[in-house]
Design a protein. Structure first.
Length: 159
């Protein structure tokens, strides 16, 4: 099992992590990233920085708590889902999530722990802990071999 812990002291650190992550995702294969952590942890902030790294105007990236699903046209399609208001994995399926998993896109799911049963066999899990006003701890865990190599790439980039 491959895991990487990244501590950042401010939002600029979160943005740098997002840039490294955007570069490490193995494309053109589709990627799925689950985002877990309390309200205000920085899940949406990380998505915004990742989308920006892929050429999307960051102002387009809103918190999707009321709209369940956003799509951004980056250098690759980005699907951004917030499972906070979903009651079951089934509701995620009803949004058509399996097609997004199969697409050559990057799919990001906030509050993914609420819909764990709907996640694909392989994905990158990102857990965010609030360690201070502006500091955060990101724990990235590979679920599946493809994401092991993403973590290896990130680890090398961090050296
Ligand atoms: N290092 C950091 N990384 C991400 N967000 C941070 C950081 N420091 C402070 N913040 C603030 O924390 C909040 C995170 O909000 P948001 O991304 O909407 O959280 P979530 O989607 O997890 O509920 C924002 O107000 C952001 O400005
Ligand atoms: Mg959010």
């Amino acid at each position: 099992m491959s895991e990487l812990v990244v501590d950042v002291v401010d939002e600029a650190g979160t943005a740098r992590l997002a840039q490294s992550l955007a570069a490490a995702l193995i494309l053109p294969r589709g990627s799925v990233i689950s985002l877990c952590g309390p309200l205000g942890a920085g899940k949406t902030r990380l998505v915004r920085a990742l989308a920006a790294a892929l050429g999307v105007n960051p102002d387009e990236v809103a918190s999707p708590t009321f709209v369940l699903l956003h799509e951004y046209a980056g250098t690759r399609p980005i699907y951004h889902c917030d499972a906070y208001r979903l009651r079951s994995a089934r509701e995620l399926w009803e949004l058509g999530i399996e097609e997004m998993f199969a697409a050559e896109a990057i799919t990001l799911i906030e509050w993914a722990d609420r819909v764990a049963d709907a996640l694909p066999a392989e994905y990158l899990e990102v857990r965010i802990e609030v360690t201070g006003d502006t500091s955060r701890r990101f724990t990235l865990r590979a679920i599946g071999a493809v994401y092991e190599s993403v973590i290896d790439t990130l680890r090398r980039a961090a050296r």
